[in-house]
Design a protein around this ligand. Sequence first.
Ligand code: GLU
Length: 475
Amino acid sequence: MTVKTRFAPSPTGYLHVGGARTALYSWLFAKSQGGEFVLRIEDTDLERNSQEAVDAILEGMQWLGLEWNEGPYFQTQRFDRYNEMVDKLLAEDKAYKCYASKELLDEVRAEQEANKEMPRYDADHPKIKAVNEAAKEGDPCVIRFRNPKSGSVVFDDQIRGRIEISNSQMDDLIIRRTDGSPTYNFCVVVDDWDMGITHVIRGEDHINNTPRQINIYEALGAPVPTFAHCAMILGDDGAKLSKRHGAVSVMQYRDMGYLPVALNNYLVRLGWSHGDQEIFSQEEMINLFSLNAISKSASAFNTDKLLWLNNHYIKTSEPEYVAEHLQWHLDQKGINKNNGPVITEVIKLVGERCNTLVELADQIAYFYHDFDAFDADAAKKHLRGVAKEPLELALAKVEALSEWTTENLHQVIADVCTELEIGMGKIGMPLRVAVTGGGQSPSVDAVMQLIGKERVVARIKMALAFIAEREANAQ
Ligand code: GLU
């Protein structure tokens, strides 16, 4: 039997990180079993669903690289099929028409509460029975599923273990509303059956639906899939992760400069483990993933760990991969990568210093665009009178260089130190501020090599002009 999993979001907003984790687990499980992964959009709530939300989900899934083998299916396109199945259950007397009005149901509920009974729909209540017997064909009605009265539903949740719910705790679920539309729990079952889903991996907020759904599978004569319900994700204060804790939408993580590999690695570990291992390549995740290693307890979101992973992946990924994802950030900041050195070389040099792609984009701007002013603090400290002579000498040597290599540039700095009998810092820092505009950068020889001769020369001259002006003003 081919394993088939699905991710079935309701398009009410963006793709939430909790949803993304569920999608990732479903995707990984399918991959790990050589199976297939289906994307289904549960868009039956016409008031809360929107096309923008559908687009946001697809964008998030694509950005994370969670490709689906089938779909996206849309529930709104499958109403005929759901109704066909409602009719089948009606014909088999596994479902029935109920004519009780809302007022009557409220009245029965109040009565039950007054008698300290569990409030629930009771088809045998004399008032409901009377209304249903008196109704005529064509009167407005809902269709209810005839839930078994006795026995219990037992299932073996792959994460939480054996779960048993007595049928006496379930009432007859509405499967078609008065307006003819099928209801959520029914559509899910028909879909999972039609789509051949073997494993339903979803959030534990759906666990109460599962026994009801299992009864519907059985009534339809459909095979019951295996279930795995994942625990919640909490914020750092122990409350359910929400906007209040910061970013919850997957695309916000893109905006904040995370790489999808880092977010996936973070999310897989948020509730799943393989010993103490923290870093998993995609291939390792697929090979090692298993449902029973998912934790039963809730996991807390930890931004520091995510940053650490992101730094790891910026440092260790192929620079081409980093460049592909950096592009969006360069566009945001108006940095034109054609206006300077090959971007992958710059990434190799600067990447390891950055936790996010936002930082990386900020830190590489000077390779591509000239600046009109030096960072004020750095200039105040390092572009002073004492830096004039070393910078002048460095400029002369740099201009005279015939081969523009990091080694030769390194030698220029060493020679300036020897000739002027000064320490490395006396030329290194002024040079750094001159060519980068600020006080922080990787090794200045490698930086100059990438920036290129013309720009380096112009920038040292600009620094010398700055020093001259400063000295003139001081007199
Ligand atoms: N549409 C449901 C949700 O977004 C998921 C239902 C399911 O996975 O069975 O929460």
